[in-house]
Design a protein around this ligand. Structure first.
Ligand code: HEM
Length: 224
């Protein structure tokens, strides 16, 4: 390689993942349930039902993260500092009590079950798991931080019920996200494999969108 060689033309994986999901991201932000949540208009029952769905998603992701950690791509992103399941359990207990609606041990809904089924299916080729990991955890470290702050401020929570949005082991999300993206960009994947991972990010966004659509079906019952 000389100084005159052209720069590689393949976009870094992290950029392709971000750009490939930009439209879906805008759509997710605009979904009725998300819009109400980020305006702190969702009631305790709504937050409980939202968390019931994501408890299943994160339970599955965090089990799979451990199971698939032998894969180099998975090992590059999994990190106990990201784990959300204990935080979701804490928040569920809080919101269920406020709502006067108990927490079932397990929860099923069509959108939840479809999401979990897809997560289990990516075991067939572990790098696809990275797409799901990216979609949720980088989102939690980005927009999730905004949502947590709005809920805390608007509802006067003083930190209660918003553990899902707090990463005590990651005091500065920005450098953490930069490091995460660098690790994605360093993965040893062929262009075709990268294309598959980028496509799976779109699948992950669709699965999230379906969860919001499902919650939006009962929106009137979820507003304060
Ligand atoms: C109203 C809700 C949301 C808001 C306000 C929001 C806001 C944001 C913002 C401001 C960023 C950029 C952060 C940065 O530059 O570091 C971001 C990134 C991201 N968001 Fe969201 N978001 C929302 C919902 C979602 C949802 C529902 C998902 C996925 C299910 C998601 C996934 C992501 C991902 C994966 C990134 C990282 C993009 C990258 O840098 O590669 N977001 N979000």
């Amino acid at each position: 390689m000389t100084m005159l060689d052209p720069a590689p033309t393949t976009a870094p994986l992290s950029l392709a993942m971000r750009e490939g999901s930009q439209e879906a991201h805008t759509e997710a932000e605009g979904s009725a349930f998300m819009a109400e949540l980020t305006s702190a208009r969702v009631n305790a029952l709504g937050v409980r039902d939202y968390l019931l769905r994501y408890r299943e998603v994160y339970r599955t992701m965090e089990l799979l993260g451990a199971e698939l950690a032998g894969d180099a791509a998975v090992a590059a992103v999994v990190d106990p500092a990201l784990d959300r399941l204990p935080a979701i359990e804490d928040d569920l207990a809080y919101w269920a009590e406020v709502a006067g609606a108990p927490v079932p041990a397990v929860f099923h809904s069509p959108a939840t079950d479809a999401y979990v089924a897809r997560l289990l299916a990516v075991r067939a080729w572990a790098p696809l798991f990275v797409a799901h990991h990216y979609t949720r955890y980088l989102g939690d470290l980005s927009g999730g931080q905004v949502i947590g702050r709005v809920l805390d401020r608007e509802l006067g929570l003083e930190g209660r019920g918003i553990a899902f949005y707090a990463f005590p082991a990651i005091p500065k999300p920005k450098p953490y996200k930069d490091g995460y993206r660098s690790r994605l960009d360093a993965l040893d994947l062929t262009p075709e494999q990268q294309r598959q991972v980028v496509a799976e990010v779109s699948v992950a966004f669709e699965l999230n969108q379906a969860v919001f659509t499902e919650l939006g079906e009962d929106l009137a019952g979820y507003l304060r």
